[in-house]
Design a protein around this ligand. Structure first.
Ligand code: NAP
Length: 276
């Protein structure tokens, strides 16, 4: 674990707001970083790719007068949430905003996915998010303010053949976020499950599949704008654009079996797809 840009702990109330963003090296996470830096947030940028994180940190510190600290950490490893908590405490006892965004897709038949890769996904999408929330939330409640955004997916609204574990972990995130939002309702802390649809990032290439339709693609900038605006309104489950609204309607009103058949028709992998 490498931490760059150490700053002396400053407990005065005039501190700028502070956000921790996981998966900040690219895609949606990097976009959250750019937008929040523009709003004057100091940042802790977390991911594995040190070069990209450092580049982004320099970009943000040069263009905005903020501190963007870098934390190189594999969040799919045991103890990583605790390591993140320890690193974050070097900067501020309690972040104003924690964005659990790091994630990846696994496409294809469940039995073709390697067990270590599945375990990595379960750890990154579930274990680390739950542990980080358990570590950071009490400080927010005690202070009476703060927010946690869990970047989930519209895939979490329906069982998805050929994205089975991915959709199931995102369903967990939606359920977890909604339940916590109720528990924390009167504490001044907001919990959000941000549910993007297909978004233009490296996500699909790393997961090994093509987005189903270019028409329904969203941009990372659109996702972040909607998510942060929804935080102001304390919305818990946030979908993006007309695609998100349509998907919510379909998953609420159309029988699961029918939707799943349509998904199979659209995304069933060709025979002989390589093991991941
Ligand atoms: N793009 C879409 O269509 C879409 C749709 C719905 C939801 N989402 C969700 O949006 C979130 C961000 O995805 P994206 O679209 O921005 O994809 P992306 O461009 O591939 O970015 C994924 C980010 O997660 C980080 N990450 C992956 N594994 C990690 C690990 N083990 N430890 C620490 N960081 C890790 C990556 O950083 P390093 O590789 O540097 O570690 C990267 O910063 C994910 O949770 C994804 O499920 C995406």
């Amino acid at each position: 674990m490498i931490v760059a840009g150490e700053r002396v702990l400053d407990m005065t109330t005039s501190d700028p707001p502070f956000a921790i963003i996981t998966g900040a090296s690219r895609g949606i996470g990097a976009e959250y970083a750019r937008v929040l830096a523009g709003q004057g947030y100091d940042l802790l940028l977390v991911a594995r790719d040190e070069e990209r994180l450092t580049q982004l940190s320099h970009e943000l510190e040069t263009n905005q007068s903020i501190h963007a600290h870098v934390c190189v950490l594999d969040l799919a490893q045991p103890q990583s949430a605790h390591q993140l908590f320890v690193v974050a405490r070097n900067y501020r006892l309690t972040p104003d905003l924690l964005i659990n965004n790091a994630g990846f897709g696994l496409y294809g038949e469940f039995v073709s996915h390697s067990l270590p890769r599945i375990q990595e996904m379960l750890h990154l999408h579930i274990q680390t998010v739950v542990e980080s929330t358990r570590l950071f939330l009490p400080g927010m409640i005690e202070r009476g303010s703060g927010a946690i955004i869990n970047v989930s997916s519209i895939a979490g609204m329906l069982p998805m053949p050929y994205l089975a574990e991915y959709a199931a972990t995102k369903a967990f995130l939606n359920s977890f976020s909604e339940a916590l939002a109720e528990e924390t309702q009167s504490t001044g802390v907001h919990i959000q499950a941000c549910c993007p649809g297909q978004t233009e990032t490296d996500f699909h290439a790393s997961a090994g599949f093509q987005p189903s339709s270019p028409i329904s693609m969203q941009t990372a900038s659109q996702v972040v704008r909607v998510s942060l605006a929804a935080l102001q309104k304390n919305q818990t489950v946030v979908t993006i654009g007309w695609q998100g609204t349509l998907w919510s309607l379909l998953t609420n009103w159309v029988p699961k079996k029918i939707l799943m058949k349509e998904i199979i028709r659209k995304i069933r992998p060709p025979l002989g797809l390589a093991q991941k």
